[in-house]
Ligand binder design. Structure first.
Ligand code: PMP
Length: 465
């Protein structure tokens, strides 16, 4: 693989980037004296930067996206063929890949039946919020407009999805937010003392954490609450899985108070945790599921809002009533490249048995991390499922005080020095990223996982001794 540019091209690209690009989640001051990293090529689990340096990508494109790995000819061929045939037509009409992908997707989601195409996770989530507000007006006389979201969860970057954002550190600068979004407590066993539930563990704790949601519903008035929106495993908020007992109780509570349940699978969806969807580990049936990142592994922009026939049916009554009509469009939901790529992406996961690989490699990764926890006192907690895992770094296991963010960033830099890209995210004090996160492509081999774990092991030794 030759990932280098000639010097001339390289200096032009770097200059253009520095002059004209505003990078995401980045403060640009350091670029005044150093160059940004420009990723030029990718193949399988690896990417190459502008200097020809090879990196093992343990985060699937930075944010849990490239599930089937880089350089997939079959996806590129399908996208090219589709674009030559028909690049776009608004989703007011159907398209061939749109119909075929919807059918395939629904075949993996028992109980669900309708797919609404959009182009980002935030947007897919907003569709759910809009539908819930419309249902409130249609069925409940304008009541049941409240949307519950959970502490530490993230649902997007738009103002309405930020109104459902459980990470205070991301929201502080952007208020005021939309009304009728109400926070419920987190469900994190490692920090159960914050919930006053330190006396409980395992399943009992899980049920008690879900009971805290019921308390909020009763406080707000069940007649005002329309939706509970949750990540199956909290991603950017610190890779947080709910303990046994939580999910069945969540569904029970939603049924009891006639509240719709929305699972945001933008990160966990399409194989990341070893099942097609994260919620499928928990034996529950949601009313809405949203997904984005892994749907086409980043080969094209596509996101989906999926719901049940029961919800869809509510919008089929008397066409003269505007409350029966979902007056919504997403222009690029009509791009055909997305479903064309998504169809092949899903086929690859099936043909190469990547769900099984994710489960097996995830178990191997977890075992390595638990081994490392015995050696490095700084690893307070090991969390996650399949190829979606996190290590929370603490100064002291007793107090669980997070390490300073600079130390976690040093670990990331030390992994970088060994050619491995890992992520760091936040679960603790606002603004203090102390949780290393890992989401390699679902094609990872044992050697890839070992290379990632070895790099982390060395980095922790270098930074913390
Ligand atoms: N939900 C979750 C759980 C996410 O992690 C993200 C993105 N990180 C989103 C929604 C928003 O997706 P997008 O960036 O495509 O709008």
């Amino acid at each position: 693989m030759d990932g280098t540019f000639n010097d001339n091209d390289l200096s032009k690209v770097v200059a253009a980037d520095k002059a004209n690009v505003w990078h995401h989640l980045s403060q640009h001051k350091p670029y005044e004296t150093s160059d940004p990293r420009i990723i030029v090529e990718g193949k399988g689990m690896r990417v190459w930067d502008q200097n020809g340096k090879e990196w093992l990508d343990a985060v699937s494109g930075g944010v849990w996206t490239v599930n089937v790995g880089y350089g997939r000819e079959s996806i590129c061929d399908a996208v090219r063929d589709q674009l030559m045939k028909l690049c776009y037509f608004a989703q007011v009409a159907g398209s061939v890949p749109g119909a075929l992908f919807a059918e395939k997707l629904i075949s993996k989601m028992p109980g669900m039946s309708r797919v609404y195409y959009t182009n980002s996770g935030s947007e897919a989530n907003e569709k759910v919020f809009k539908l819930v507000r419309q249902i409130a007006h249609k069925k409940y006389g304008g009541k049941k407009t409240k949307i519950l979201y959970r502490d530490r969860d993230y649902h997007g970057s738009t103002l309405a999805t930020m109104s459902a954002g459980g990470q205070q550190e991301r929201n502080a600068q952007y208020g005021p937010f939309a009304p009728d979004f109400v926070r419920v407590p987190h469900c994190m066993e490692y920090r159960k003392h914050e919930l006053g539930l330190e006396h409980l563990s395992g399943e009992e704790f899980g049920r008690a954490a879900a009971d805290l949601i019921e308390e909020v519903i009763l406080r707000e008035g069940p007649e005002t609450v329309g939706l509970l929106c949750l990540e199956p495993i909290t991603a950017g908020g610190g890779v947080i899985e709910a303990p046994e007992g939580y999910w069945p109780r969540v569904r029970e509570i939603c049924d009891k108070y006639d509240i719709l349940l929305h699972i945001d699978e933008v990160v966990c969806g399409v194989g990341r945790t070893g099942k097609w969807f994260g919620y499928q580990h928990f034996g529950i049936e949601p009313d809405f599921v949203t997904m984005a990142k892994g749907v086409a592994s980043g080969y094209a922009a596509i996101a989906c809002m999926v719901t049940t026939e029961k919800v869809f049916d509510m919008f089929k009554d008397d066409a003269s009533d505007p409350l029966n009509y979902f007056r919504d469009i997403s222009t690029f939901g009509g791009c055909t490249a997305g479903p064309a790529a998504a169809l092949v992406n899903m086929q690859i996961i099936e043909d190469e048995e990547l769900l099984d690989n994710t489960t097996a490699m995830g178990e191997h990764m977890k075992a390595r991390f638990l081994e490392m926890q015995e050696k490095h006192a700084v690893i307070g907690d090991v969390r996650g499922l399949g190829l979606f895992q996190g290590l929370e770094l603490v100064q002291d296991r007793e107090s669980k005080e997070p390490v300073p963010e600079a130390m976690a960033q040093k670990v990331v830099a030390e992994c970088g020095a060994q050619g491995v890209i890992i992520g760091v995210t936040n679960r603790s004090i606002p603004g203090r990223n102390n949780t290393l996160c890992f989401s390699p492509a679902l094609i990872a081999t044992k050697a890839d996982i070992d290379a990632i774990c070895d790099a982390v092991d060395n980095a922790l030794t270098t930074v913390f001794g």
